[in-house]
Design a protein around this ligand. Structure first.
Ligand SMILES: Cc1cc2nc3c(=O)[nH]c(=O)nc-3n(C[C@H](O)[C@H](O)[C@H](O)COP(=O)(O)O)c2cc1C
Length: 253
């Protein structure tokens, strides 16, 4: 393995950090790497907010399903899917007048544009993760920033066409985090197909969850599916995610 592949293979989410601040050069290197990520049409449909204010971090630690890690992380980056910048520029360029003169209705960002901008934001975020890893930094995503959209818009002054796609906590890994076992993955045969999608059958699922079945199941759960459904899919945070994103979609419809 070369250095890049080794960094990718050895990465694991880091949720506890040394208290040490990050040198500005390291932060700059991570940001510069993120900005070099591929971006749809070279439009850079994203923005990044460095959350340096401790009060804001503490608010996020509560609003993102109570994750104290956010308040303690030395460096917190918010990746925003952003069509607002382009819409503001279109306005400055009098696109409404331009379209009216041609008798056309002016196009507006819709769900497709949101997904494209989320693609951009996440590709930049993951490039930051790998760049951070290469510098000996650890990181962890927080998906809960897509929840409680009213509160998060308010906290960061997010306009209509800006959506918080992901939060990243970054810092030097606390020693004990590195001794935790790396989390496994489903075997590639269940994930990577040739030419056509292949639905999994009972035997496939038995194989996929063979290791997981040795985990302690929650009361009332007879198998891993019931366990996962209760713990994640139907959990309050998942319900809140659905509510929050439905609210966002109204603005992009
Ligand atoms: C979109 C996304 C959202 C995530 N949200 C959280 C989160 O809110 N809290 C957390 O502790 N980890 C979060 N994670 C980290 C995952 O739990 C982690 O990647 C997964 O368990 C696999 O572990 P690994 O990254 O150590 O290989 C998130 C990861 C992704 C990709």
């Amino acid at each position: 393995l070369n250095e890049i592949l080794r960094a990718i293979a050895e990465r694991r989410s880091i949720r506890e950090f040394e208290e040490r601040e990050l040198p500005r050069e390291a932060k700059d290197a991570v940001i510069e790497a993120a900005l070099r990520a591929p971006t749809a049409g070279n439009m850079m449909l994203y923005s990044i907010i460095e959350v340096s204010d401790q009060g804001l971090k503490d608010r996020l630690a509560l609003s993102c399903d109570r994750q104290p890690m956010i308040g303690k992380a030395p460096w917190v980056l918010l990746f925003l899917a952003d069509y607002q910048r382009w819409m503001d520029y279109f306005e400055l360029c009098d696109l409404s007048g331009f379209c009216a003169a041609r008798g056309e209705e002016m196009a507006r960002p819709r769900a497709g544009d949101l997904l494209l901008a989320v693609d951009d934001a996440l590709i930049a975020a993951q490039t930051a993760v790998i760049a951070a890893e290469s510098l000996g930094l650890g990181s962890c995503y927080v998906g809960d920033v897509m929840e409680r959209i009213e509160e998060h818009r308010d906290l960061f002054d997010l306009p209509r066409y800006v959506f918080p796609a992901a939060l990243l906590c970054i810092g030097y890994p606390a020693e004990r985090q590195l001794s935790l076992p790396r989390r496994g993955r489903f075997d590639r045969r269940h994930i990577v197909f040739e030419n056509r999608y292949q639905k999994r059958n009972g035997a496939d699922f038995d194989e996929m969850f063979a290791a997981a079945d040795t985990l302690r199941l929650r009361p009332g759960a007879a198998n891993y599916g019931q366990n996962f459904y209760q713990k994640k899919f139907a959990a309050p945070f998942s319900r809140e995610l659905r509510r929050s994103v439905s609210r966002v979609l109204e603005d992009w419809s």
